[in-house]
Ligand binder design. Structure first.
Ligand SMILES: NC(=O)c1ccc[n+]([C@@H]2O[C@H](COP(=O)([O-])OP(=O)(O)OC[C@H]3O[C@@H](n4cnc5c(N)ncnc54)[C@H](OP(=O)(O)O)[C@@H]3O)[C@@H](O)[C@H]2O)c1
Length: 326
């Protein structure tokens, strides 16, 4: 089959379409003819040799896909050949064919394009896991979501609103409109404003109950300072670097804070299956009603994958960058 092949550990131009063995479904897997996949930062890091492929996963890039089932393992009961599905993968989405466990495959919401379906699993499952499972965000609480216009950020804003929380975001100024349209009440231009002061002003000194962070080192002190009593934070990436120069931890005790870190890709199959099933119960009625939607930034034909990676690394995208596979 055709697949995106990386020639070494290099820049975007090291990626091109090449040949790779077609995967074989085991008993509980379905084989999907892929129509679309989407780009994630894990792909750009893996391309550079900075993200080791978890054991047992395909080394081909692509953590999500949508397409049509063309074969089922001998014990599959939930799907049939011809069903259209999307889902989260440990790798292998940027290829003509991908395999996925039957419990990880999801139906495509009514009226969605294959491009929208391919752009949903990674960011929505990450955001759902972060808000509901890790930080236990509740109705009436307030959440600060950094990189609000990112793929994960745009999903998290909508999910937090659906939970009944108030949402504050940080983002570049030109990305504020999309965050506000999705339901954020305050968008902070972190390049010009101190977000800690903006949070303090908005919350009248109380702080926020939950922080979803991707920046790490440079934000940790301000995040701690921005959390309210019994606040929870989840760290999902270190876009600003993993190290902290100076840190005062006193507030961690005084405010009884919980600081969590997580990567979805390295979780066990059992965890990911349970997360997928729980997410489906919560999100499908909201996808069907239009309350939750995927924010598409740009769709590329997969032969132009270097441009798609360049766009993500330039930090100019809003929502998801999608690859049309054909
Ligand atoms: N741990 C997990 O399970 C998990 C799962 C999925 C994704 N992730 C990670 O989460 C992050 C977001 O993913 P994504 O796909 O949503 O990203 P994305 O759509 O590419 O958006 C990232 C945005 O972050 C902002 N940003 C980048 N560097 C920054 C910095 N140094 N300081 C402040 N803001 C910065 C930029 O927006 P502005 O213009 O607004 O600054 C950029 O567009 C990635 O690092 C990804 O690897 C983690």
């Amino acid at each position: 089959m055709k697949a995106i092949i990386a020639s070494g550990k290099g820049g975007p131009d090291s990626l091109s379409i090449g040949e790779w063995p077609k995967p074989k479904p085991s008993s509980y897997d379905v084989l999907v003819k892929v129509e679309a996949s989407a780009i994630n930062r894990a792909d750009t890091l893996q391309r550079e040799g900075k993200y080791p492929v978890p054991e047992g996963e395909s080394p081909i890039l692509g953590l999500e896909m949508s397409g049509t089932i063309v074969a089922c393992g001998d014990k599959v009961t939930k799907w049939h050949v011809g069903d259209q599905v999307c889902g989260l993968l440990g790798g292998g989405g940027h290829a003509e064919f991908a395999i996925i466990h039957e419990d990880m495959a999801m139906t495509i919401p009514t009226g969605w394009s294959m491009e929208e379906a391919a752009a949903m699993p990674e960011v929505f499952l990450t955001a759902y896991q972060s808000l509901k499972w890790i930080c236990q965000l509740k109705k009436g609480e307030t959440v600060l979501i950094h990189a609000g216009a990112s793929g994960v950020g745009t999903a998290a804003i909508q999910l937090a609103k659906a939970i009944g929380a108030k949402v504050l975001v940080t983002a570049s100024a030109e990305k504020h409109d999309i965050c506000l349209q999705l339901g954020a009440e305050l968008a902070i231009d972190y390049k010009k404003e101190d977000f800690q002061e903006a949070v303090k002003g908005y919350s009248k000194g109380r702080g926020v109950d939950v922080v979803v962070d991707f920046i790490a080192g440079p934000y940790l002190q301000q995040n701690i300072n921005s959390l309210a009593i019994d606040g929870r934070m989840v760290l999902l990436a270190f876009l600003g670097g993993p190290k902290v120069d100076h840190l005062n931890l006193a507030a961690l005790l005084m405010k009884r804070l919980q600081i969590n870190g997580s990567t979805l890709r390295s979780r066990s199959q059992v965890y990911k299956k349970e997360l997928t099933q729980d997410f489906k119960k919560f999100a499908w009625p909201l996808f069907e009603s239009g309350q939750l939607k995927v924010v598409l930034d740009k769709v590329y034909n997969w032969k132009n994958i270097p441009d798609a990676h360049r766009r993500m690394e330039a930090n100019i995208s809003m929502g998801k960058i999608v690859l049309k596979v054909n």
